[in-house]
Design a protein around this ligand. Structure first.
Ligand code: HEM
Length: 325
C-alpha cells in the first residue's frame, strides 16, 4: 500500500503497469542499504547494488517514455522534468532519477513499518484500540459512508526511525568530549522517547502522552528529525498512516496468527512478517451502510491472502465482497 501510493504520487504508476517488476527490485534495495557493506555475490549489499542498477534503468525508460509522448502530467515526475516556472532548477535525468529513488525509499519504509507497528501495538493493547476506534467512529458519524476523511480528522503518531546522520564540519565539543572535524555521527534520536526524565514509564505503550500537542515543539522531539533537514514528508506520512488506521480500525477486527516477533535494530521489522486474520466481516459502525449491504451479499466462500504492505498480510476468510472494500 505504502509503496504503491508513493509510486502513484510520484509518477502516476498504477499497480498493473510497471510496479510488478519494480517492487521486488525496490525491496532488495531497501535491504541492501541497511546491511553489512560486504560487496560479494549473494550478500544483501551486493544484491542491493544490482537492484539499484535495475531500478535506474526502469526509471530511465519511464523518463524517456514521458519525454517521447510529450504529455505533461501533474505528478512529481512531471514537475521535476519541466524546468518551467514551478521548477527553478533544470535537473539532469540522473538527478531526477535520484530524487525519485530517495522519495520512494523514504516514503515506503517509514509508512509501511509504522503502520505495521501500529497494527501490532493496537492488537496488544485492546484498551488503546477501543479508544482509537471510538475516536474514528465519531469521525465517521459526521460523514456519509462514501465521504473520505480529510486533514482535520488526522491524529499524530509514533516513530520507527532510529536516528539521523550528520557529519561534523568543524571540531566540536559536547559534554567534555571532542568530536573531530569530518566525523560521521549517527544521532540515535529514538532514545529520547525512552528517557524517563522526559516521559515517566517510557517503555510502556502510551499514545496518550502525545495528546499534549506542546510536546511536539519541545527541543527533544525528533520524530521527524530537525533543523533544515527535517523530514519533508511529515504531513504526507501522517496522512497516509492515519488514513490506513482510520479504515482499518473502523472496518475490521483482527487477530494475530503468528510471525509476531519484532526486531528494532538495525531496522524496525517483523522478520517473518506480522500475520493477522480478519475475524469475519463485522459491521463495527452503525453508519457503515455500505459495509452492511456487502455483508448481506456473502454468498460464496473464498480464502485468499491479500498482501497489504511489507511484512503484513491480511488473510480474509469467507468474505466474498472483499474486492469491493
Ligand atoms: C512516519 C513517517 C515518517 C517518519 C517518521 C520520517 C522521519 C524522517 C526523519 C527522522 C528524517 C531525517 C531528518 C534529519 O536528518 O534531520 C527524514 C528525512 C526525510 N524524509 Fe521522512 N519520515 C517519514 C515519512 C516520509 C515520507 C512519506 C516521505 C516522502 C514521501 C519522506 C521523505 C523524506 C526525505 C526526502 C528526507 C530527507 C530530507 C533531507 O535530508 O533533506 N519521509 N524523515
Amino acid at each position: 500500500m505504502a509503496f504503491l501510493s508513493s509510486l502513484n504520487q510520484i509518477a502516476s504508476i498504477e499497480w498493473e503497469s510497471m510496479s510488478g517488476e519494480f517492487m521486488p527490485e525496490f525491496f532488495k534495495l531497501v535491504l541492501g542499504t541497511l546491511s553489512l557493506p560486504i560487496n560479494f555475490p549473494g550478500t544483501n549489499y551486493h544484491l542491493g547494488f544490482q537492484a539499484r542498477k535495475n531500478i535506474v534503468s526502469m526509471l530511465r525508460r519511464l523518463v524517456e517514455e514521458r519525454r517521447a509522448c510529450q504529455e505533461t502530467k501533474h505528478d512529481m515526475l512531471g514537475l521535476l522534468m519541466n524546468g518551467g516556472e514551478e521548477n527553478r532548477y533544470n535537473l539532469t535525468d540522473e538527478e531526477i532519477i535520484d530524487q525519485m529513488i530517495a522519495i520512494l525509499y523514504s516514503g515506503y519504509e517509514t509508512i509501511s513499518t509504522t503502520s505495521m507497528m501500529a497494527v501490532k501495538y493496537l492488537h496488544d493493547h485492546p484498551n488503546v484500540l477501543q479508544e482509537l476506534r471510538k475516536e474514528h467512529l465519531v469521525i465517521r458519524e459526521r460523514k456519509r459512508a462514501e465521504d473520505p476523511i480529510n486533514w482535520n480528522d488526522f491524529k499524530s503518531l509514533a516513530t520507527i526511525v532510529n536516528g539521523v546522520l550528520r557529519k561534523t564540519t568543524q571540531d566540536m565539543e559536547l559534554n567534555g568530549f571532542v568530536i573531530p572535524k569530518g566525523w560521521r555521527i549517527y544521532v540515535y534520536t529514538r532514545e529520547n522517547n525512552y528517557d524517563p526524565c522526559l516521559y515517566p514509564d517510557p517503555s510502556a505503550f502510551n499514545p496518550w502522552k502525545w495528546m499534549d500537542k506542546s510536546s511536539e515543539s519541545q527541543n527533544y522531539f525528533f520524530m521527524f528529525g530537525g533543523g533544515t533537514r527535517q523530514c519533508p514528508g511529515k504531513e504526507l506520512g501522517i496522512t497516509e498512516i492515519s488514513t490506513f488506521l482510520h479504515y482499518f480500525v473502523t472496518r475490521y477486527r483482527w487477530e494475530e496468527v503468528g510471525g509476531d516477533k519484532l526486531m528494532k535494530f538495525p531496522r524496525v521489522e517483523a522478520p517473518n512478517g506480522l500475520h493477522i486474520r480478519d475475524q469475519g466481516l463485522e459491521v463495527i459502525s452503525e453508519g457503515l451502510d455500505k459495509l452492511k449491504d456487502m455483508a448481506c451479499d456473502l454468498n460464496e466462500e473464498i480464502d485468499r491472502q491479500v498482501p497489504l504492505m511489507d511484512g503484513l498480510t491480511l488473510r480474509f476468510e469467507n468474505t466474498s465482497c472483499l474486492s469491493n472494500i
